[in-house]
Ligand binder design. Sequence first.
Ligand code: SAH
Length: 271
Amino acid sequence: MKPRGPRFPIGLDRVSPGAQAPGTTQRPQRPVHEAAADARRRSAPIGLPSGLGLDSVAVRARMVQRLRAQGLLCEPVLQALEQVPRHHFVDPALVAQAYEDTALPIGHGQTISKPSVVARMLALLFEGRSARQRGSLGRVLEIGTGSGYQAALLGVLGTQVISVERLRPLHERARTLLQPLRRANMRLVWADGCQGHPPNAPYDTVIAAAGGEALPQSWLDQMAPGARLVAPLHTRAAGGQVLMVVDRTETDWVRQVHEAVHFVPLKSGLG
Ligand code: SAH
C-alpha cells in the first residue's frame, strides 16, 4: 500500500460550521486565571471539532516551519498557529490557499490577515512586560473579529478575549465558525470597536486588525498598567500605515513605531 503523505488541499478536512462530529465531546470548560492553567491550555490540543485530520495538521506544521525560517521565534505564538485551523475561517473556494502566506477576502470588503503578519503582531504582544511576566496575553481586547481566526488564536494565548466587530454579518459568521472551537474565555461583541469595550476593561492586551489616522482614546484608557497595544496606524510621516506598539506604564503611554503594514480601514459606526 502506498504511504499516505499530506494530501492538502484535496484531502483537507472540511468543518461544517456549528457541526460537531459524532462521538466527540467539547473540551470541558475550566477556570483560567493562573499561569499554570495557561501553560496547560496552550499545550493541550484546541477544542477542535473532530474530523480535522492529519492532513491539515501537516500543512499547518509546514506553515509554522516557514514562519520559523523567516525568524519568527515566539514559541507560544507558533504553537497556537499550529493548533488553529486557518482553513476553517476562509471561504470554501479559497481553502487551497489557507496556509499560504497571503491575506484572503472574507466578504464585505474585509480580509483575513496574512499568517506572518498575525504572527508578528502576536509576537510583539508577547514581548510586552505583562505578557512576558505571566506567560499569557491575559485579558485581551481585539478590535475587528473579521473571520474569527485571530480571535481563536487569542483564545489560546490569553485568559479572556473580548473580540469586537462592527459588521453584523461578519460578527455572526465568526460566531458560527468559532462555535466548535468555542472556549469559555471568548466573547464576541457586535459593536463599534472605536469605543473599545468598557464593560470588561481594563485589558492587558489590545490588538486591532484595522487602522485609522489616530488611536482611539478609549483603547488607551482601557489599558491596564503594564498592558501593551498593537495596532496599525496611518501616519503622515510614514505616508501610510505602520504598526504601532503602545505600552502603558503607571504614569504614561510609551509608543514605538514599527514596520509598514496594509490593513483595512478602521471605521466608526455599525454596519
Ligand atoms: N482579525 C481578523 C481580521 C479582520 S479584518 C481575522 O482574523 O479575520 C478587520 C476587521 O475590522 C473587519 O472585519 C472590519 O469590519 C473590522 N472593523 C473595522 N473598523 C471596526 C470598528 N470600528 N469596530 C470593530 N470592527 C471594526
